[in-house]
Write a protein that binds this ligand. Structure first.
Ligand SMILES: C[S@@+](CC[C@H](N)C(=O)[O-])C[C@H]1O[C@@H](n2cnc3c(N)ncnc32)[C@H](O)[C@@H]1O
Length: 198
């Protein structure tokens, strides 16, 4: 059985379909793939439209020292759910056979793309610190096609309080470039905020 994912990627795919985002030019990008359960869902969907899924993750729980509620770090939470094998081993097994996934095993701040790379949909669920959320936005937004969308997971989630001000700051600074803002409820009521590009 594929490992769980923690978002409810079916809802993201439903959003893409409702807005016919899959008909636009460009690939899909996910920052924060973890065990790959959501990456696989995106990749299976994207393959019907001859799109790739770029999945970015350090695959190193120890690298994320973000402190959440109760003083537990994100890395400790990710490690606890792995129950033995390494994150990358689990990810590789989950995504085996999906030949439209491009895995980038790096800190998202170190990632760059060729000038011609375009995305129709992006999903940000990597490091939940303000500076990282802003940097992840800057990686994807300039490459997002008009009508494409970018989602921020944990937009309102008490465990990662920096996401809300980071995303609110982006929305306020980029208001002129945003056609629509939509909240999407996922697993355990955690909200994703989606920005549709003008
Ligand atoms: C909340 S988990 C992602 C969960 C995944 N979206 C799912 O639902 O299954 C966050 C992931 O972001 C990764 N991460 C944290 N900081 C990162 C960074 N600076 N660059 C790339 N990935 C990072 C972690 O390794 C972890 O796998």
């Amino acid at each position: 059985m594929s490992p769980e994912e923690y978002v409810g990627y079916e809802n993201l795919i439903g959003f893409i379909q409702d807005r016919a985002i899959h008909r636009l030019d460009g690939d899909i990008i996910e920052i924060g793939a973890y065990m790959g359960g959501g990456t696989v869902k995106l990749a299976r969907f994207a393959s019907s439209f001859h799109k790739k899924v770029f999945a970015i993750d350090t695959f190193d729980p120890a690298a994320d020292g973000t402190v959440g509620r109760g003083g537990v770090t994100a890395g400790q939470v990710y490690q606890a759910f792995l129950e033995g094998p390494s994150m990358f081993e689990v990810y590789r097994e989950t995504t085996r056979g999906c030949d439209n996934i491009v895995t980038i095993r790096k800190d998202s701040r170190q990632v760059s793309f060729p000038k011609q790379q375009r995305f129709c949909f992006g999903f940000i669920d990597g490091c939940h610190q303000k500076a990282f959320v802003e940097s992840d936005f800057s990686l994807v937004w300039p490459r997002l096609v008009p009508g494409g969308a970018l989602g921020f997971h944990d937009y309102k989630f008490a465990d990662w309080p920096e996401v809300t001000p980071a995303v609110d700051g982006i929305v306020s600074a980029r208001r002129d470039e945003i056609a629509a803002v939509e909240e999407l409820a996922g697993r355990s009521g955690v909200l994703t905020l989606l920005l549709v590009k003008r």
